[in-house]
Design a protein around this ligand. Structure first.
Ligand code: PLP
Length: 367
């Protein structure tokens, strides 16, 4: 089976976890501090904070910039549910705008009409590992006095001009979930240059605690354990190698899947680098099989193709209450119907990719 994701756990990770186990200090401690310092350096930000998930990171980021009841946060319906749920956790309102069909990221042209007096922040996503249109979105944010929280959960190591993912906003949020480009099983990281935000996030992840048993505001237990940090420290050392391997695999797919009618390959917009968290094609009606039939046929051949995401986020029961309906976001809805991600992670070999390409071509020729 060629899996859609497969964590790369080497002797370094195992040794690092064993060392923490032997130390007897398992909760947030020196390994978390080491990870935070290394990640801030990696992303060229002043601060990095570790949390126990990407969801916790997004939640803490929204808290830090002051998103609360009645505020509006603009994002897209084509992302992982955490992006929207964390806005709801702060009793704020997700205001959705459609995506661009080529990059799957927020369409900057649609942001301005969605801004109201209640808008507090913009929450763009670097979907599949490709940074969003930072310059356009940043200009709008500055014009309207809005903060940007970057959902960089899929984009560790990606770049936009001279900036890295994590620098494309007032706060950047990352996930270390087991399938992400670097991982610790579960985990999250926040980057920021703003000291006040960093302080607020440190308190938020520890029940709002400012000093021993002094609680300044509501908070959560969002701390990362040193066991998880030990894995992440080792993974971070490999992040650039992983990104290179993902790019090499993507290039092989781009080459091998060219000019197949009905199959649209991922596009890379100017001024940025992609880290291919997913290599995602679109299967249109010109392809002889439906997207789901193609996925099924690949799976029968041992190829773990996947759909991220099968349903746009405005069509779930708790988000429909926001008043959205089918037809509101045609690009997101079409993407949800057409996308198919092929295995691109560093453990996928060039031989594997030859197999996947052959399987897609067979399907395209009705075989
Ligand atoms: C993975 C992911 C998250 C949430 O991260 P968890 O660590 O699973 O909580 C949020 N947004 C996006 C775009 C993600 O891919």
């Amino acid at each position: 089976m060629i899996n859609i994701a497969s964590p790369d756990i080497g002797p370094e990770e195992t040794a690092a976890v064993n060392a923490v186990l032997k130390s007897g200090m398992l909760a947030q401690g020196p390994k978390v501090a080491e990870l935070e310092a290394a990640f801030a350096t990696y992303c060229s930000t002043k601060f990095a904070l570790a949390l126990n998930s990407g969801t916790a990171a997004l939640h803490a980021a929204l808290f830090a910039i002051g998103v609360g009841p009645g505020d509006e946060v603009i994002t897209t319906p084509f992302t992982f549910i955490a992006t929207i749920n964390t806005i709801l956790m702060q009793n704020a309102k997700p205001v959705l705008v459609d995506i661009e069909t080529d990059s799957f990221n927020i369409d900057p042209a649609l942001i301005k009409p969605a801004i109201t007096a209640k808008t507090k922040a913009l929450l763009p996503i670097d979907l599949y590992g490709q940074p969003y249109d930072y310059d356009e979105v940043k200009t709008l944010a500055d014009e309207h006095g809005l903060k940007i929280v970057e959902d960089a959960c899929q984009a560790v190591g990606a770049t936009y001009k001279t900036k890295k993912a994590g620098q494309l906003g007032d706060i950047g949020c990352f996930s270390l979930y087991a399938t992400k480009n670097i991982m610790s099983g579960e985990g999250g990281l926040i980057t920021t240059d703003n000291e006040a935000y960093a302080m607020a996030i440190k308190q938020f992840r520890q029940h709002g605690m400012s000093a021993s048993y002094e609680y300044e505001h509501l908070g959560y237990n969002y701390r990362m354990s040193d066991l998880h940090a030990a894995i992440a420290v080792e993974q971070l050392k490999k992040a650039d190698r992983y990104a290179t391997q993902r790019n090499q695999n993507a290039a092989l797919y781009n080459q091998g899947l060219r000019a197949i009618p009905g199959l649209l390959l991922p596009s890379l917009k100017p001024d940025r680098t992609h880290v291919y968290h997913q290599y995602t094609v679109r299967v249109t009606t010109d392809f002889p099989l439906t997207r789901d039939q193609l996925m099924q046929s690949l799976r029968e051949k041992g190829i773990g193709a996947g759909i991220y995401y099968p349903k746009p986020l405005h069509l779930y029961p708790h988000t429909r209450q926001l008043g959205y309906k089918v037809g509101d976001f045609p690009n997101a809805e079409r993407a949800a119907a057409e996308v198919l991600s092929l295995p691109v992670h560093p453990k996928v070999s060039s031989d594997d990719i030859v197999l996947v390409i052959a399987a897609v071509k067979d399907a395209a020729h009705g075989k």
